[in-house]
Ligand binder design. Structure first.
Ligand SMILES: NC(=O)c1ccc[n+]([C@@H]2O[C@H](COP(=O)([O-])OP(=O)(O)OC[C@H]3O[C@@H](n4cnc5c(N)ncnc54)[C@H](OP(=O)(O)O)[C@@H]3O)[C@@H](O)[C@H]2O)c1
Length: 320
């Protein structure tokens, strides 16, 4: 592909709603940071379940209201999370400088599947999911892997906090081998809970390596029909439902399924960063695709078989 003009960049655009093949590599306008924004040179992003939902327009109404009613708005660039290096800052930005390694959520503006993305330096607490959030990458984490942290770890954290997870609580995590699941297992162990991981047998080794105490193969046994009971059932993969899960909840037990969470705050992200620095959590990377193979990456995520996270590498020039 040849450059069409200065100030343009390569991006993967969701041209229509539909199968992975609707994704197209295009030259689009390179963003310019506002006074309060940072311009990030993107190194990695993920093929997130959420990206595939937007591409498929599921849930139909929500996606279409947010991203375009009849077709995606012009040059809609997917990408819910990213990692990269600050290339330039707006005149009012104080806490970042060019060269800083950063990672974050892109908010409703999306935009990770591109060479550059602008994010606000800071937004009001409670608006991060909408407007985006960016912080510096801990030294212990590679810039590439950092892209796989924000969404999965923060969503799992908000779920476990909602259930007031604590030492000795018994938690069952359904879909423990997925993005949310692998973070939920690690976080639940950090809080001292007893973890039962539900996944297929091929992923037993993975979830045990993350700390799971017990495992159930969902292809052979239905956990809702067993006699073991739990203080928390986290249906991370959203496949079982509240009514069935209630059968294995203790009195006052809590069912979680990624809905009705309190909003993500900067303090949550800083807490996640601390847990990475202290080696309590790390991202599981299943596969890495170059940006040019975004269609292939989406086909893989659509199988619903991924283990942890799937990275999209936007550039080969990794500084560290
Ligand atoms: N990831 C996020 O940050 C995030 C945030 C908010 C909401 N969500 C929502 O949460 C759900 C899960 O997201 P995710 O990213 O964690 O998914 P994911 O990584 O794509 O989940 C794939 C994993 O789920 C397992 N799995 C598939 N069917 C299963 C079943 N019936 N029972 C148990 N495990 C099963 C697969 O293991 P096998 O190969 O062994 O089947 C695979 O390892 C999605 O609906 C997503 O939209 C995700």
């Amino acid at each position: 592909m040849t450059r069409v003009e200065n100030g343009s960049m390569k991006a993967i655009v969701c041209a229509k709603y539909g199968p992975p093949e609707v994704l197209e590599m295009r030259e689009v306008e390179k963003p310019t940071p506002k006074d309060t924004e940072v311009l990030i040179k993107v190194y990695s992003t993920t093929t997130h379940f959420g990206d595939t939902r937007i591409r498929r327009a599921i849930p139909l109404l929500v996606v279409r209201l947010l991203f375009g009613l009849f077709k995606p708005k012009k040059n809609l660039v997917l990408g819910i999370e990213l990692s990269g290096v600050v290339e330039a800052i707006g005149k009012d930005v104080k806490s970042f400088k060019p060269g800083d390694r950063v990672f974050g959520l892109t908010g409703f503006g999306l935009g990770g599947y591109a060479e550059y993305c602008c994010l606000p330096e800071k937004v009001k607490d409670g608006t991060q999911e909408r407007k985006g959030i960016v912080i510096k990458i801990p030294d212990s984490l590679s810039i590439s892997d950092a892209a796989a942290i924000p969404s999965g770890s923060l969503t799992a954290l908000k779920n476990l906090q909602k259930a007031k997870i604590s030492e000795h609580k018994k938690i069952l995590i359904n879909g423990a081998s997925g993005s949310l699941g692998t973070y939920a297992v690690q976080l639940a162990k950090f809080y001292g809970a007893e973890v039962t991981a539900v996944c297929s047998a091929k992923n037993f080794k993975l979830v045990k390596s993350l700390g799971a105490d017990k495992v159930i193969d969902y292809t052979k046994e239905d956990f809702t029909k067993k006699t073991d009971t739990y203080d928390i059932v986290y249906d991370a993969v959203m496949k079982t439902g509240r009514r069935k899960s209630k059968k294995v909840l203790n009195k006052n037990g809590i069912y979680l399924n990624n809905y009705w969470l309190s909003s993500i705050k900067e303090a949550d992200f800083i807490f996640i960063k601390k847990l990475i620095e202290e080696n309590h959590i790390f991202p599981i990377i299943d596969k890495t695709y170059p940006l040019s193979e975004a269609v292939e990456a989406h086909r893989y995520v659509d199988t619903e078989r991924k283990r942890g996270n799937v990275l999209l590498k936007v550039t080969d020039e990794y500084p560290v």
